[in-house]
Design a protein around this ligand. Structure first.
Ligand SMILES: [Zn+2]
Ligand SMILES: [Zn+2]
Ligand SMILES: [Zn+2]
Length: 245
């Protein structure tokens, strides 16, 4: 514990060990790197938002300052009450989910979140979307709206295309990691039958599909009212799942 308190820095996203640099310290050993370089190194900063904006500060702006974990995305209580509306501009449904045929996995809670579009994506849009989603880490509550450029074209063709894409493709950013799976994940009929509550455990082929959503054995404990399924099917595109697998 002495060592831990002395020179370790434990965070949800990372764990650092950094010697104190004092030659005579009896907890950690003397440094071996060049002292000039060593004393320029700081602990990794936590994400700190820009006041009144949805974005976080640049790494350079917070590096070397004292930060706390209070602004970690998954600690933000977005959308806990129903008054918070999503930024999608339309209501999510199974058909819109089928139009993208794409979900992305939250890197914190591992639930799959559904991507929606009011019209069916073409092949190019679909591959651009999947390429883009492969390049990011998604956490519940994130929206893609900050990628939409406000007018003027940039020099980067790909980022213009991404900007155009996310004018149409939306994720329900009202959801946080404590929310269950989305009904449209199931009603688009494209994906495996995962537990409605945890979104992790899969229904075995042998288990019959009941009139309620599937709840794994762990999540079934203490659940009185399982959510009932709505019977409706959609013709979707090809499915693709993006995330940490
Ligand atoms: Zn020390
Ligand atoms: Zn999550
Ligand atoms: Zn479960």
């Amino acid at each position: 514990m002495e060592f831990f308190n002395h020179c370790c820095h434990s965070r949800h996203y990372f764990f650092e060990i950094r010697k104190c640099g004092i030659e005579t310290c009896n907890i950690c050993k003397p440094i071996r790197s060049d002292p000039e370089t060593f004393f320029k190194l700081h602990n990794l900063p936590d994400p700190i938002p820009i006041i009144n904006q949805e974005h976080y500060k640049q790494f350079e702006d917070v590096y070397g300052t004292e930060t706390t974990e209070d602004f970690r995305p998954s600690l933000q209580k977005k959308g806990v009450d129903n008054k918070v509306t999503n930024d999608m501009g339309f209501s999510p449904n199974g058909q819109y989910a089928a139009n993208t045929g794409t979900v992305i996995q939250c890197c914190e809670c591992s639930k799959w979140r559904v991507l929606y579009c009011k019209r069916k994506l073409n092949t190019n849009e679909n591959s651009l979307l999947n390429r883009f989603l492969d390049s990011i880490e998604y956490t519940c509550g994130d929206s893609f709206n900050h990628l939409i450029a406000d007018g003027g074209n940039s020099n980067d063709v790909e980022s213009d295309d991404v900007s155009d894409l996310f004018k149409h493709v939306k994720v329900n950013n009202k959801l946080n990691c404590n929310n269950s799976m989305e009904v449209s994940y199931y009603s688009c009929n494209l994906y495996e039958d995962l537990c409605f509550l945890c979104g992790i455990n899969e229904r075995e082929e042998t288990e019959s599909q009941e009139e309620c959503y599937y709840y794994c054995s762990e999540c079934s404990v203490g659940i009185k009212d399982k959510k009932k399924r709505k019977k409706k099917s959609f013709s979707g595109g090809s499915q693709s799942k993006r995330g940490r697998l």
